[in-house]
Design a binder for this molecule. Structure first.
Ligand code: SF4
Length: 382
């Protein structure tokens, strides 16, 4: 089965998306980094204008939840003062630039991401979900993160530009990489890619020019895990897991204070990194790499999302550690929390769950009508 059609746009700060609990206002931090002051004042804004809940998205963005229409404009003013708002809504829509989280000042990842951000106006009109990944560290870290055009490391140690879905990329230099990325975006549009929306889908129907598929990408780095981070980019740092990607603003303020952090970096893996921080226990943040909740994906479900009829996260919490392999609990067949296969997927439907094995939320279920109470209580075995 194919995935149900997503809305043709993504929420931003200027153009928030209505949800079951109010407006969703998305913030896209530059290079995925916020200073201590930005973090604290963003948390205050989330509490003052909304529900005080902030979602960490799979594209390293932050989403403030529960904003009422009357508080949207005051929130924009706060974001502007914090340097977290693009003055031009058109630039905000285009700024889909994912950055490898362990960049250092002046390294190729930081410089290329900055240059791409400055040259966004040179890109053709692209689908709202079309994005770029700048992943120029010694090893690639964004392999499993969503992107359509990637600047990354090749097997010979140089930079390559690679279209998502292609096994190989084109050799580029730090000087030529962004111009080549713009040219690849133009090729996507010129060859009819807008119909397919995403690069990987387009490449099922259209062959890339040979010069764009010469070099294999380098190996990928070990995944970040919660706990103290030993890395030459920082004197001290700690990584924290975020259950279901949801950050309670008041708890994050407490964590910033207790850990001694001076900046926060977002990642696309429901983890964030605190620069200059000790690893301290502040609930609900995860500091143990083997925490069973890290193997579970669950969208907001009911009542936060109007498309859901089930409380996804209550079921996900109850089943964490009781199901072998990856568990995905989805409020409906759209599968927002995990657009990939999982060993076990539960899909909400009319107050019950369907069960999909080794598939996605939109695939055909092998069982239907599972009662949430029976799943939580353990009387229904998966
Ligand atoms: S998957 Fe979840 S968040 Fe996405 S539309 Fe369905 S219920 Fe809402």
């Amino acid at each position: 089965m194919t995935r149900p059609t997503a809305k043709g746009w993504c929420p931003g700060a200027h153009r928030p998306m209505p949800s079951g609990d109010g407006l969703l206002v998305r913030v896209r931090p530059h290079l995925g980094r916020l200073t201590e002051e930005q973090v604290l004042r963003l948390c205050e804004a989330a509490l003052r204008h909304g529900s005080g809940l902030i979602d960490l998205t799979s594209r390293s963005n932050l989403q403030l939840r529960g904003i009422t229409p009357a508080r949207h404009e005051p929130l924009l003013q706060d974001l502007h003062q914090l340097g977290l708002l693009d003055a031009d809504p058109a630039v905000e829509v285009r700024r889909n630039v994912l950055c490898a989280p362990l960049w250092r000042d002046g390294d190729e990842t930081a410089c290329l991401a900055e240059e791409l951000t400055q040259r966004l106006s040179e890109l053709p009109e692209l689908p709202a979900k079309f994005g770029f990944a700048v992943d120029a560290g010694r090893q690639r870290s964004l392999v499993n993160a969503s992107a359509d055009i990637r600047i990354e490391r090749g097997t010979n140690g140089g930079l390559i530009l690679r279209a998502e879905g292609a096994e190989r990329g084109q050799a580029v230099t730090a000087e030529s990489a962004i111009s080549a990325a713009i040219a690849l975006a133009e090729w996507f549009v010129r060859t009819g890619g807008l119909v397919k929306v995403r690069m990987a889908r387009h490449l099922h129907h259209r062959r890339l020019p040979l010069e764009m598929q010469q070099e294999h990408p380098a190996q990928s780095a070990d995944a970040l895990i919660p706990g103290p981070l030993v890395c030459d980019a920082f004197d001290a740092a700690a990584v924290y897991g975020v259950q279901f990607g949801r950050i309670p603003a008041a708890r994050l303020m407490a964590l910033m204070d207790r850990s001694g952090a001076h900046a926060l970096r977002v990642t696309p893996w429901r983890l964030f990194l605190l620069e200059g921080a000790r690893a301290v226990d502040v609930a609900p943040f995860v500091t143990a790499p083997d925490d069973p909740l890290l193997a579970v994906d669950a969208c907001p479900g009911a009542p936060a999302c109007a498309s859901a009829t089930v409380d996804t996260r209550a079921v996900a919490r109850a089943l964490a550690g009781r199901v072998k392999g990856r568990l995905h609990v989805s409020g409906c067949a759209k599968g927002c929390a995990r657009p990939h296969s999982a060993e076990t997927t539960l899909v909400g439907s009319e107050g019950c769950f369907d069960l999909v094995r080794e598939g996605c939320a939109w695939d055909a279920p092998e069982r239907s009508g599972l009662l949430p109470a029976a799943l939580v209580g353990g009387t229904e075995c998966l």
